[in-house]
Write a protein that binds this ligand. Structure first.
Ligand code: ZN
Length: 274
């Protein structure tokens, strides 16, 4: 895990994108939440994607970044409702900007942003895409000028995202991976971690990883693991205890998918291979 210390970290990623990383590192959040400031400085308008956790230092760094670029916030997009991305949605109001999210009922104060909608931003064309799986309201944003896709937590900079079952769903996640691949991204800018420079390869690896997990869970059922914690213990040996709950939700997502395919059945809290 990368340690960014106490202050937000700023990095320019391309001609229209600056990343401001919040100081909320954890096993689940990797080195912290990535906030992205996107805009063409010649137009003076910027889009802020995932303001992140409500940390005063983080807000100050985002505002200083915009001042450096000579831009003001025209819109804020929340990629999904999880608090490490959405908690600071209220900053949009302070900045005189509108906040958008796929499901405003889960992001207070946001307006709806539909699949394939474009954002009103001068100088940079941004298209939203619904990419459910990590959770049901996960969105990605493609920057037409660069071909880059901001993935939120659909794809991370390292490791695999967890499936926040029952809101998260394995079938949706796998379909969203193919959806993302079909967007032909030139790079992925994730909600946590570093830039993914080889998107197609990474997407194939993530799909293969899920197939491997399904095989491991099927094998765990075959040798007598029955409850989700028992399956987690078999499939994730040596797991950081902080990640146990997330792993359990991913396992539940896999079990639910296996059940739908007639390959597992459930009795109360106990699961059995079919
Ligand atoms: Zn996150």
């Amino acid at each position: 895990m990368t340690d960014v210390g106490n202050a937000s970290a700023v990095r320019s990623l391309d001609a229209v994108t600056v990343r401001v990383r919040a100081a909320n590192p954890s096993p689940l959040h990797l080195s912290g939440t990535n906030t992205y400031v996107i805009g063409d400085p010649t137009t003076g308008e910027a889009l802020v994607v995932d303001p992140g956790p409500d940390l005063p230092d983080h807000r100050a760094t985002i505002e200083a970044t915009m001042a450096d670029l000579g831009v003001h916030v025209a819109a804020v997009v929340i990629t999904h409702h999880h608090l490490d991305h959405s908690e600071a949605v209220g900053w949009a109001g302070l900045w005189g900007a509108v906040a958008y999210a796929f499901d405003p009922s889960r992001v207070p104060g946001a307006r709806p942003l539909a699949d394939r909608a474009t954002l009103p931003l001068a100088g940079v064309a941004v298209t939203a895409r619904h990419l459910p799986g990590h959770c049901s309201d996960q969105m990605g944003l493609q920057i037409e000028e660069t071909g880059v896709v901001l993935t939120g937590d659909h794809v991370l900079g390292e490791g695999t995202t967890f499936l926040a079952w029952p809101d998260g769903d394995l079938g949706q996640y796998l379909a969203s991976l193919q959806e993302l691949k079909a967007m032909r991204p030139t790079a992925l800018y994730p909600g946590h971690g570093e830039v993914v420079e080889q998107p197609a390869q990474r997407i194939d690896d993530l799909a293969a990883h899920r197939a491997q997990r399904t095989a491991q869970i099927t094998a765990a059922l075959a040798v007598g693991a029955q409850t989700v914690p028992e399956i987690v213990a078999q499939v994730y040996p040596g797991l950081d205890p902080h990640l146990r709950s997330a792993a359990g939700r991913s396992v539940s997502a896999h079990l639910t998918a296996l059940e739908a395919q007639g390959m597992a059945r459930r009795t109360g809290e106990r699961w059995h291979g079919a």
